[in-house]
Design a protein around this ligand. Sequence first.
Ligand SMILES: [Cu+2]
Length: 114
Amino acid sequence: MKIVLLCALALAGTASADTAKAKDPSRIEIVVTKRGFEPETISVAANKPLILVFTRKTEATCAKRVVVKLGGDKKVEAVLPLDKAVEVPVTFAKGGTLTYACTMDMIKGTIQVQ
Ligand SMILES: [Cu+2]
């Protein structure tokens, strides 16, 4: 697995034309509840490093790990301890529809990459 780290400082002075709707576009909070992942769908920009912050809030779920698809056969997996925010740095190389899901791919959310 290859993780590319880009300098976050470069973002500070740059006004991007396609700014995301989120207040802080570099972090997206995702909570695991007994209903699944909330939000169920996120929209992100391609080729932009961001941090998905997963917090599992329930024991009544099989999503105690999350698998984030990055495109192609690339993915990143993280363990989600109860009530602990877990930061998953990701960059989606190109546009398309990807998912974040439990390891069985049953409980899942959708990533719209633009
Ligand atoms: Cu599952």
